[in-house]
Ligand binder design. Structure first.
Ligand code: PEP
Ligand code: MN
Length: 338
């Protein structure tokens, strides 16, 4: 971090700042310019997190040099993080596909979809049991009953389960019914929830908030990592823009960007990212080309009778199976497997 003094700062004010920095065990590098003095802080600046430097007389502003997240950064860990869960490696050579309905709607529905997506090559079944919707009067999910239905689908097929947890209170319960905890876009900055899933040690997929910057997203991941849970993957699911044709704008720039900033696996959700069935296959292919480590795809065998509003973005089982085949040569082209 660099501390930029005002042009009127006195020598005494400069000395005071230097003394404060040194008092927490850090060193300084002072650069005296014609107009201003700059104080470079050498060492771990988190030691200054409780020192309000910008409030000190003579200080104009401070400028971070390194990223504000640490455990999530590539500087901290150069090798890619590979998460081993239910016999599958996420973040390795294989592009891992997670597929299923938006919500768990019945045992028959979820077991049927588990079979079709697993036969087509998906390694995880997705499906929400807690579904608070934009309005309070829409279907809200089956809660614990829905979790039991997911457990039944796993028992029948062996497929891993990924499902969303929405409150710190439910973490203990959801952990028992899944292999990966999903943190939704609306909860990306629910810091109490981030800490709780961090403490659980369970693999977590952290979705990007719909208006979150890449830095905010990585800082949210840092909350989970700093609780000692290194099994974190990120999920790009589209951000809000001025465009209205699509539900969101799938930010595929974020995939190579995050992979250069961080060692964590990156999953892409083209279903919520576009909101439109006919865009899911092309954007899945683009995601693979961009370096995604996995895909999260909504699949429903009867979208017309689905209880959630996401039927327009769900692939039919045969469309999903075709896409899985079409992704193979693309994966090979980028030296991956699917
Ligand atoms: C979901 O995947 O079911 C979901 C609600 O997505 P998001 O949190 O990205 O809106
Ligand atoms: Mn959905």
């Amino acid at each position: 971090m660099v501390i930029i003094m005002t042009s009127e700062a006195t020598q005494r004010q400069i000395d005071n700042v230097v003394e404060r920095v040194k008092s927490v065990g850090l060193n300084v590098h002072i650069s005296v310019g014609e107009q201003r003095t700059l104080i470079g802080v050498i060492g771990d600046r988190t030691k200054l997190s409780e020192t309000p430097l910008e409030a000190m007389p003579g200080v104009d502003r401070t400028m971070p040099i390194t990223a504000p997240y640490k455990l999530a950064s590539r500087d901290f860990r150069q090798e890619d993080t590979v998460i081993k869960v239910n016999g599958v490696k996420i973040g390795g050579k294989e592009i891992v596909v997670m597929a299923g309905p938006c919500a768990v709607e019945s045992t028959e529905q979820i077991v049927h979809i588990a079979k079709v997506v697993s036969e087509a090559g998906a390694k995880f079944l997705r499906g929400g049991a807690f579904k608070p919707r934009t309005g309070p009067y829409s279907f809200q999910g089956f809660g614990e009953k829905g979790l039991n239905m997911l457990t039944e689908a796993k028992a029948e097929t062996g497929i891993g389960i990924i499902t969303e947890v929405m409150t710190p209170r439910d973490v203990e319960l959801v952990v028992e019914h899944c292999d990966i905890l999903q943190l939704g876009a609306r909860n990306m900055q629910n810091f109490f929830l981030l800490k709780e899933v961090g403490a659980s040690g369970k693999p977590v997929m952290l979705k990007r908030g719909m208006s979150a910057t890449i830095e905010e997203w990585l800082l949210a991941a840092e909350y989970i990592l700093s609780e000692g849970n290194g099994n974190v993957m990120l999920c790009e699911r589209g951000v809000r823009t001025f465009e209205t044709y699509t539900r969101n704008t799938l930010d595929l720039n974020a995939v190579p960007a995050v992979k250069s900033l961080s060692h964590l696996p990156v999953i892409v959700d083209p279903s919520h990212g576009t909101g439109l069935r006919h865009l899911v296959a092309p954007m899945s292919k683009a995601a693979v080309a961009a370096g995604a480590d996995g895909l999260l795809i909504e699949v429903h065998h009867d979208p017309e009778h689905s209880l959630t509003g996401d039927s327009r973005q769900s692939l039919l089982p045969e469309q999903f199976a075709r896409l899985m085949q079409e992704l193979k040569p693309l994966a090979t082209a980028v030296e991956r497997e699917i």
